[in-house]
Design a binder for this molecule. Structure first.
Ligand code: FES
Length: 315
C-alpha cells in the first residue's frame, strides 16, 4: 500500500512516531491489536514495525520507532531522512501477536520501545471493559514514550500501570518471578522488549500453560539454519531444489527463481511463513509456539532448516 507521512511526533528521547494516511486505498485495513507492517523507506530497505495506534489515530497508522545506531540501520534512516509529506510503501498488516480478547485479566510487560503493540491492545481492552495491568520498564524516565497516553488509558478504570526505571538512582529491574507468582487466575500475559528481557520472561513463565504466555521479539541472536544437505520440493511450481551447505531455504528458493516474501530474515516477523506439506522442519524462529511446531503445518523459511532428507512446501 502507498501511504503519506502526515505527521512526525516526538514521543521520548530517541523515539519518534510516524503517522501515515492511505494514498491508494480509501481506508487502511482495520488495526488488529498486536499487528505490524513492513515499511519500505527506500527500495532496498525493509523493516517491520508494530502499529502503535491509540484512540486518536482512527483511519491512520501510527508507527513508533526508536533511533538505535546499533541496529541494522532502518531506524536511523527513518529518523534522519523521513519528513512529513513524503510517501512510503508499506505492507498490509500481519499479526503474530494476537490479543486474547476473552481473557478475564491481561498483563503486559513492556521493555522500552516494546510498549508499541500494547497501546492498541490496552485501548481495545478498555473498549471491551476488560481488566489489564501494564508493567512498563524503561532505563530512564526521559526514554519512556506515551506516558500521558497510558495514564489516560488507565484512568478509564480498567487498567493499572507500574513503571520501572531501572537505570535511575535506586532503580532495580522488574522482578518477573514476582509478576508470574501474582498473576491473576486464568490471566494471559504478553511481553515485548529487548532479547534479554524476553529470555528472562520465558524462563519465569515456563510453568504457565503456553497458550496464556505470549511474546514478540524484535531481533534474535539465533543463527539461521544454513547447514543444507536436503531437498525442497515446491509443490505449486513442481520444482525440486537442493539446499546446499551455507544456504538457507529462502536463499535456495530465490536462486531457483521463485519469488517469496521476506522482511527480517531472522525469524521474528513472519513475512516468510510457508505451509509445510510433508517433511520435518527444524524450527529456529521466535514466532511459533511449541504447539504450532508440533502441528508441523507451517515454518519460517528464512531461518529454519530441515530434519528430514526432503521437505515439501506449498510454494
Ligand atoms: S522474513 Fe521475518 S520471519 Fe522470515
Amino acid at each position: 500500500m502507498k501511504a503519506r507521512i502526515v505527521a512526525i511526533r516526538y514521543e521520548a528521547r530517541d523515539i519518534l512516531s510516524f503517522v501515515l494516511a492511505p494514498l491508494d486505498v480509501d481506508e487502511f485495513p482495520r488495526v488488529d491489536p498486536g499487528s505490524h507492517v513492513d515499511v519500505h523507506p527506500t527500495g532496498a530497505l525493509m523493516r517491520s514495525y508494530s502499529l502503535s495506534n491509540g484512540e486518536g489515530d482512527a483511519g491512520l497508522y501510527r508507527l513508533t520507532v526508536q533511533n538505535d545506531p546499533k541496529s541494522r540501520g532502518g531506524s536511523v534512516f527513518m529518523h534522519q531522512n523521513l519528513r512529513a509529506g513524503q510517501e512510503l510503501e508499506i505492507s498490509a498488516p500481519r499479526n503474530n501477536f494476537k490479543l486474547a480478547e476473552d481473557s478475564p485479566f491481561t498483563v503486559f510487560v513492556a521493555g522500552g520501545i516494546g510498549i508499541t503493540p500494547f497501546i492498541p491492545m490496552m485501548t481495545r481492552l478498555n473498549a471491551l471493559r476488560r481488566k489489564w495491568r501494564l508493567h512498563y520498564c524503561v532505563r530512564t524516565r526521559d526514554r519512556a514514550a506515551f506516558v500521558k497516553e497510558i495514564e489516560r488509558l488507565a484512568a478509564v478504570g480498567f487498567g493499572d500501570v507500574q513503571f520501572t526505571f531501572d537505570g535511575e538512582p535506586g532503580g532495580a529491574p522488574l522482578d518477573l518471578e514476582q509478576v508470574m507468582a501474582t498473576l491473576p487466575a486464568d490471566a494471559h500475559i504478553y511481553c515485548c522488549g529487548p532479547m534479554g528481557m524476553l529470555q528472562a520472561y520465558q524462563r519465569a513463565a515456563a510453568s504457565l500453560p503456553s497458550e496464556r504466555v505470549h511474546f514478540e521479539y524484535f531481533n534474535t541472536d539465533v543463527k539461521p539454519a544454513s547447514e543444507g544437505g536436503f531437498s525442497v520440493v515446491l509443490q505449486k511450481s513442481g520444482r525440486e531444489i537442493f539446499v546446499k551447505s551455507g544456504e538457507t531455504i529462502l536463499k535456495a528458493v530465490r536462486e531457483a527463481g521463485v519469488d517469496v516474501q521476506s522482511s527480517c530474515e531472522e525469524g521474528v516477523c513472519g513475512a516468510c511463513e510457508t505451509a509445510v506439506i510433508s517433511g520435518q522442519p527444524e524450527h529456529r524462529d521466535m514466532i511459533l509456539s511449541e504447539r504450532e511446531r508440533a502441528a508441523n503445518q507451517t515454518m519460517m523459511i528464512c531461518c529454519s532448516g530441515c530434519k528430514t532428507d526432503r521437505l515439501v512446501l506449498d510454494l
